[in-house]
Design a protein around this ligand. Structure first.
Ligand SMILES: C[S@@+](CC[C@H](N)C(=O)[O-])C[C@H]1O[C@@H](n2cnc3c(N)ncnc32)[C@H](O)[C@@H]1O
Length: 329
């Protein structure tokens, strides 16, 4: 028996106000947490099969049972069409034989995109049919445009197509892409003109929902640089130190200073990514440091004591800058 799909329930009436800030935050600092081992292994297995330059390549991200992957593969016999989903259960449901140009992979999408970008893969097309939209406003950070993995999706390039039965979700994609200078169109799916691409689309259309497609050309990919304003704001934030200030701090602080390890850890992570046209070298690198509120105060007190004892030893401009940053907290 057919069970009608529920309409999206949400109290959110407009695109979320935090989206662009999240996007810039992620462009300033790409994820550094290691890729999940199972996704790395799944990507490497696919890479061995498709070879170092797989040629025409299409991703069906969040492919569910893989029916959309099959539909796309039939439309694009010239390309490899790779369906990716984290659910072994869904991936295991498709019984019909798949075209020879389909591969289905069980993996975590964000990590999978990251592996593909790192391997230099670029897509001809990227489909995301009915990704989980996380309709509660407080969950907006889980939506792809606000997700830390979004830069990798951009990095893959290609003709992007995202489908959803929640128009507002696609408007959020539109706003985020527009902020990067990427135009997109948003149009209703016309069931009279095309067969459903995927099971979720079929279910939503049969339940009378409006379904929409957002389309954008991401071109040859590459991860965009952050904006100047986001970069400046982040460098001026009290928890960010320039490389010289951080190194001077580490050199000056007594060995037993408890905040040392957090400062050392900050230096081992990549510095903030710089905006387009930034000419600075390593000396202008900035590193956000992760300390609890009370720790900042303790660090400032330690540094003040160090500087007091050094009063006759002359000023170190990098340390003075570090102290100024600590006092501004
Ligand atoms: C709403 S279903 C849509 C399935 C299919 N695209 C369709 O339209 O019929 C969303 C799918 O995305 C998958 N998914 C969600 N988040 C994922 C993630 N982070 N990594 C991999 N798959 C994910 C889920 O397992 C699920 O199969």
């Amino acid at each position: 028996m057919f069970t009608a799909a529920k309409l999206i329930e949400t109290a959110q009436e407009a695109p979320h106000g935090g989206l662009l800030d999240r996007l810039q935050r992620h462009l300033l600092r790409l994820p550094t947490v290691p890729v999940a081992a199972h996704t790395q292994a799944a990507f490497e297995a696919l890479q061995r099969e498709l070879g170092p330059s797989p040629g025409a390549l299409i991703f069906d991200s969040g492919c569910g049972t893989g029916e959309s992957t099959r539909n796309l593969a039939e439309r694009h016999p010239e390309a490899w069409v790779v369906g990716v989903d984290k659910s072994a259960d869904r991936l295991g449901r498709l019984r019909a034989a798949l075209p020879a140009n389909v591969r289905l992979v069980r993996a975590e999408l964000g990590d999978f995109w990251r592996c593909a970008v790192a391997a230099g893969w670029r897509l001809n097309a990227h489909y995301l049919p009915y990704p989980n939209p996380w309709p509660k406003a407080r969950h907006y950070k889980r939506r792809w445009p606000a997700h830390p993995a979004f830069p990798w999706l951009l990095g893959l390039g290609g003709d992007l197509e995202v489908r959803s039965n929640w128009r507002l979700y696609l408007e959020e994609w539109h706003i985020v892409l527009e902020s990067l200078g990427v135009a997109s169109t948003l149009s209703p799916i016309a069931p009279a003109l095309e067969a459903p691409l995927s099971p979720f689309e079929a279910k939503y259309l049969a339940s009378g929902h409006g379904c929409y497609a957002l389309r954008a050309e991401l071109g040859s990919g590459g991860i965009p640089a952050p904006s100047w304003s986001a970069y400046q704001a982040r460098c001026e934030a009290p928890e960010a130190f320039s490389r010289p200030a951080l190194m001077a701090l580490l050199a000056a602080l007594p060995a037993e200073t408890s905040q040392r390890s957090a400062l050392e850890a900050a230096l081992t992570l990549p510095s903030l990514r710089k905006p387009e046209g930034h000419r600075g070298a390593a000396a202008s690198d900035f590193f956000p440091c992760d300390l609890a509120p009370g720790e900042w105060e303790a660090l400032r007190e330690t540094l003040e004591q160090v500087l007091e004892q050094r009063a006759e030893g002359g000023d170190d401009p990098a340390l003075t800058l570090a102290l100024r940053a600590l006092r501004s907290r």
